[in-house]
Design a protein around this ligand. Structure first.
Ligand code: SF4
Ligand code: SF4
Length: 428
């Protein structure tokens, strides 16, 4: 962490989207958009980390609040690499900073509770582990406990969110209709460990990730069809950071699978204007992380460079096309926001920031909703169930007229019911 922090020049590029289209939506970092001071940028957080490491400062309430008023969305990392240089990698240092905070016992109380839940029940909500398979009750799906198949449908935290179950049922129906031989994990599907890693508990994250890998190996599956964007990012971005490999298992996000298996069913739906929110976890943090191993050397005695050169990862390897194709196929007219794809503005729901500082997360969502409203769209759709749920809650508080729907939920209604039904469902 020390080396990387020292490379930061405090230039504040990590605050902005690389290509600014308007003053209103120029920022990429929800932390500084809410907090307003340089200390809230990644560069500011790195100064705090440097001071902590060198014993120049101790823990204060403000410092912890600053570190966790952040969704670990990686926007700073993409902008820093795009506009400045590849070798600072602020996200690496933000992960390391949180690991230090957790190992010093200084995590915010709400996140200590989340970690405790993950430790005791295997999910962040503290729900009984035995209820993890309840979403599939009555569906007659084969489970990894008793069956093997080439495909596994991985549902993640949606297993504990009844508002997601109709969409999960739709996915299972679609896979059955396509003749896919698949199983579900049911009560045996472990937590991925991604949230524990984001919060800073590397030990717990490793334990959960190893549990997931052991379950996968035993299942003998070849392909994991992943419903949750958080889970997708855990497999693609976090496991390589933990030094863990998925072996022969191929990871496919549900948007990718659905795009490869178009539905024959289409309800008679009129065209609607939709704007699409790229979640950080399917977008820039859905890019496969390639750890760099080497050393920093000084070129011309002053410019730090990597030797050997690393592979530049700007977030462009995330999943961007398939959700847009699915929307177009569902007769949606896509009107894009200013900040999209790897430069999307995070809604604030992820990384533990929403539990640690709910007002930070609400502010991020409010700002994203303003951007979505500025497109004139009727619907705001996101592949990520956490994003759509969080945005919907804040939209209701703010009296926004946007209809906010998860991608699968949107497709489900476009395939099986007229849009009027989808609209009333979205407004529930
Ligand atoms: S993290 Fe990168 S972009 Fe941000 S201040 Fe440091 S060098 Fe500049
Ligand atoms: S991870 Fe996201 S919220 Fe946190 S400092 Fe970087 S851009 Fe800001």
């Amino acid at each position: 962490m020390n080396d990387k922090i020292a490379n930061c020049t405090r230039c504040t590029f990590c605050k902005w989207v690389p290509e600014v289209k308007s003053e209103a939506f120029a920022e990429i970092c929800p932390s500084v958009q809410h907090g307003k001071f340089f200390s809230h940028t990644a560069g500011g957080k790195l100064i705090a980390a440097y001071s902590l490491l060198h014993g120049k400062t101790g823990y204060t309430e403000n410092l912890i609040d600053n570190i966790y008023s952040c969704s670990m969305c990686g926007g700073c990392d993409t902008s820093c690499k795009t506009l400045f240089a590849e070798h600072v990698e602020p996200l690496n240092s933000l992960y390391a900073l949180r690991q230090r905070v957790v190992s010093d016992g200084q995590a915010p109380e709400p996140l200590k509770v989340v970690l405790q839940h993950l430790r005791q029940t295997g999910n962040p909500f503290g729900c009984e582990g035995a209820t993890r398979g309840d979403w599939a009750t009555g569906l007659d799906l084969k489970q990894t406990k008793t069956h093997q198949a080439p495909f596994i449908l991985h549902v993640g935290d949606a297993a504990f969110e009844p508002h997601q179950w109709s969409a999960l049922h739709h996915v299972a129906r679609r896979m059955n209709a396509a003749g896919v031989n698949f199983v579900i994990g049911g009560v045996d599907e472990p937590d991925t460990g991604g949230l524990a890693f984001d919060i800073g508990d590397q030990q717990l994250a490793t334990t959960l990730a190893q549990r997931t890998l052991a379950w996968l190996e035993k299942s003998n599956a070849e392909t994991l069809v992943v419903y949750g964007d958080d889970s997708f990012s855990a497999f693609r971005n976090i496991y390589p950071r933990l030094g863990l490999a998925l072996g022969k298992v191929r990871i496919v996000h549900i948007a990718q699978w659905l795009a490869q298996h178009p539905s024959n069913e289409k309800a008679d739906c009129e065209k609607v204007r939709v704007t699409y929110h790229d979640s950080c976890r399917l977008g820039r943090l859905g890019e496969e992380h390639k750890p760099w191993a080497g050393k920093m050397v000084l070129a011309y005695n002053s410019i730090p460079i990597q030797e050997p050169a690393g592979q530049l990862q700007l977030g462009g390897g995330g999943v961007y096309e398939e959700p847009r194709k699915l929307l177009a196929d569902a007769n949606a007219e896509l009107v894009e926001m200013e900040r999209i794809r790897e430069f999307a503005f995070c809604c604030g729901a992820g990384g533990g920031g929403a539990q640690a500082n709910p007002e930070f997360a609400r502010a991020a969502a409010r700002h994203r909703l303003q951007e979505a409203e500025s497109t004139g769209a009727e619907f705001l759709v996101s592949s990520c169930s956490s994003c759509s749920h969080h945005l919907k809650q804040v939209a209701e508080q703010e009296g926004s007229s946007l209809k906010i729907v998860g991608l699968v939920e949107f497709l489900q209604h476009r395939e099986t019911a007229p849009i009027a039904t989808a609209a009333s469902h979205a407004g529930e």
